[in-house]
Write a protein that binds this ligand. Structure first.
Ligand SMILES: *Cc1c(COP(=O)(O)O)cnc(C)c1O
Ligand code: SF4
Length: 335
């Protein structure tokens, strides 16, 4: 059974700040931990167990840190880069991560209503530049295989959509959901890529690795994205184990995200300098196929860019970050 209340957490024996003091945290940001993740290590649990630190909202933290809403041509769709859109088909997840940059919206509304979904699909069909549709959320793999198959069919009917990409935590946090029916739904004409979100090697349980193998054996290319999190994986040995375990399971590490400026998440953020030092250490140690690109989503919706080591100029703690259009944006590294 998944943990969804503070009482469930206490019953599961997880270490917790005072439950009474935590009520305002869980009122604001939803709680959910799958049974699989509740049974792993404390480092893993830290991503999902609410703490009083979340009540500290810093001035630089934003409701929509990466600017999804800045580029929303129609409800549930983000179109920031010409060749790809993000479709938020659902706001539901199997776990709610305390650091999530969409923490103000995930869990709130469930599926995108049919009328809005149809409008989003109409927009994609009317925009030939859209080559790739990225399904994220929420977590698109919380949709039933029947609903997913129908969504994929509707996207497949648009000739210029060549790639459908899933961003999901399901294979890791709820591996039993990777059923034959789900895999059948993914074997289709627009090439399907699955980007698995995983932050700690202990998340990759036997059941999770078996789910990854089912996907890889079906011919589905697998990539991963991770978030650099203080107290969870800001350690070269932990990241090394994570990236080696992913690669061994036929998952190519794609992105390591600098933690976004989501509300109440400053306790999870490292500095950029710390992230660069970790990447520099790993480059010296790991096979190139194990190494992701360290990226930041520039606050305000300006785009995702590699942040080094190398791509930044800095004076003291004031960074200038160059976006894909060559524009420079200030980033004050306050942590
Ligand atoms: C991250 C993101 C993408 C995907 O970017 P890639 O670099 O292709 O992985 C697309 N659209 C938006 C709005 C994003 O935030
Ligand atoms: S969208 Fe992803 S990161 Fe955010 S709560 Fe859901 S699973 Fe976690």
């Amino acid at each position: 059974m998944a943990i969804t209340t503070l009482t469930d957490l206490i019953n599961a024996g997880l270490t917790l700040d005072s439950a009474a003091a935590l009520a305002p945290v869980t009122d604001q940001f939803r709680l959910r931990i799958t049974a699989e993740m509740a049974q792993t290590t404390e480092g893993v649990a830290r991503q999902f167990v609410p703490t009083l630190n979340e009540l500290l909202i810093r001035a630089e933290e934003l409701v929509d840190p990466i600017g999804d809403r800045v580029h929303e041509p129609t409800e549930g769709l983000t179109h920031r880069y010409p060749d790809r859109v993000i479709l938020h088909a659902t706001q539901t997840c199997e776990v709610y991560c305390r650091f999530c940059f969409r923490r103000e919206t995930v869990g709130a509304t469930g599926h995108l209503p049919e009328a809005a979904l149809q409008k989003a699909i109409d927009y994609i069909a009317a925009t030939p530049a859209v080559w790739e549709v990225i399904l994220t959320g929420g977590d698109p793999m919380t949709l039933s295989p029947r609903r997913l198959a129908s969504l994929i069919d509707r996207l497949a009917a648009i000739p210029h959509v060549e790639v459908i990409r899933f961003h999901t935590r399901v294979p890791v946090v709820a591996p039993d959901r990777i059923t034959d029916a789900l895999i059948e739904a993914l074997k289709t004409r627009p090439a399907v890529y699955v980007v698995v979100h995983s932050n700690h090697p202990a998340e990759l349980t036997q059941a999770a690795c078996a789910a990854l193998a089912r996907l890889a054996n079906a011919g589905i290319p697998l990539l991963s994205q991770s978030v650099l999190l203080k107290g969870v994986n800001d350690d070269a040995a932990v990241l090394e184990a994570l990236f080696r375990t992913l690669t061994r399971n036929r998952v190519k590490p794609y992105y390591l995200h600098h933690a976004d400026l989501a509300k109440g998440t400053s306790h999870f953020r490292t500095t950029i300098a710390e992230g660069q030092a970790l990447m520099a250490t790993l480059r010296g140690r790991l096979s190139g196929i194990c190494l992701p690109t360290y990226v930041m989503d520039i606050p305000g919706g300006y785009g995702k860019v590699p942040i080094g080591p190398n791509y930044l100029s800095a004076q003291s703690m004031d960074y200038l970050v160059e976006d894909p259009n060559g524009n420079r944006h200030a980033y004050n590294d306050l942590t």
